[in-house]
Design a protein around this ligand. Sequence first.
Ligand code: NCD
Length: 338
Amino acid sequence: MHFPGSHIIGIDAFIREDIDRIFHTADRMRPYAHRERVTKVLDGAILGNMFFEPSTRTRISFGCAFNLLGGEVRETTGFESSAIAKGESLYDTARVLSGYSDVIVMRHPQSGSVAEFAAASRVPVINGGDGANEHPSQALLDLYTIRNELQSRGRDGIDGLRIAMIGDLRYGRTVHSLSRLLCLYRNIHVVLVSPQELRLPESLEVALREAGHQVTVTDKLEESIRKVDIVYSTRIQEERFASREEADLYRGKFRLNQAVYTQYCEPNTVIMHPLPRDSRAEANELDNDLNENPNLAIFRQADNGVLVRMALFALILDVADQVDRHARDVNWYTERRF
Ligand code: NCD
């Protein structure tokens, strides 16, 4: 991919070298994300952060990433606070808003909506999640986390990875993008764990097999987590179901807690989740008793979102090589507990 000026809509636009480039750039963002250094490389630039669906991590971390590069963030959240509520089309909204910003991040409940918006935008657009379709920046930070977690356990590279993806694989856009991303690597064993009705879309299962990966499909949590490096748990995407009652049918089917982990997982199996984890009693997909387990990587994963999103902005706005030139040490007390 030629990054400068490009939209980031889906994983299919990337080849493996692009991912290496993003990860290399993300590594270089660490002193800024950890508040050891500040940079003003995007001084004067404006991000239009448009979120038409609930979001905590994605919206805030995209905003923080832009701020950490020295740019400013303008937010639009919810249809009711935008002229879309008055019947304005995505085309018109894109034409107008792209005149007010240098780059736009957009989340929208409809599949394909961000691509439609991007086609009319005059500035680069990053997909922050379009319905059940894709969430490319999440997949990038997930894979970046996988790479780092394996590295810290003495293993280099993603080829040969064993991963169990668990939960709502039908509507989970993070799993969709991550599956596409894994197709760029070699010799992966993917265990797909879901109720029959919430299986991964067939096209993605086929893509994984065509990439030469070993794919196992099951609805049994215990057997799926025995021989994997990564357990990637997900939430039932209740907002995509016709009713809450229908979503309730599937909630709480795959519960991982410390006892299950100890009994079935290999030592050092990494636990991931795009978050939010549903911690209500009827779901509780990742129990709080895992919080002290050093292999629970969910908060390191969320932290990595800032690094990867900084990298995307730096590459798209073509400042990756200028970041350090516009930097200085911070003035304030920055020691953090990790
Ligand atoms: C995910 C999403 O919005 O798709 N959250 C996120 O961005 N980290 C997953 C989810 O909501 O379950």
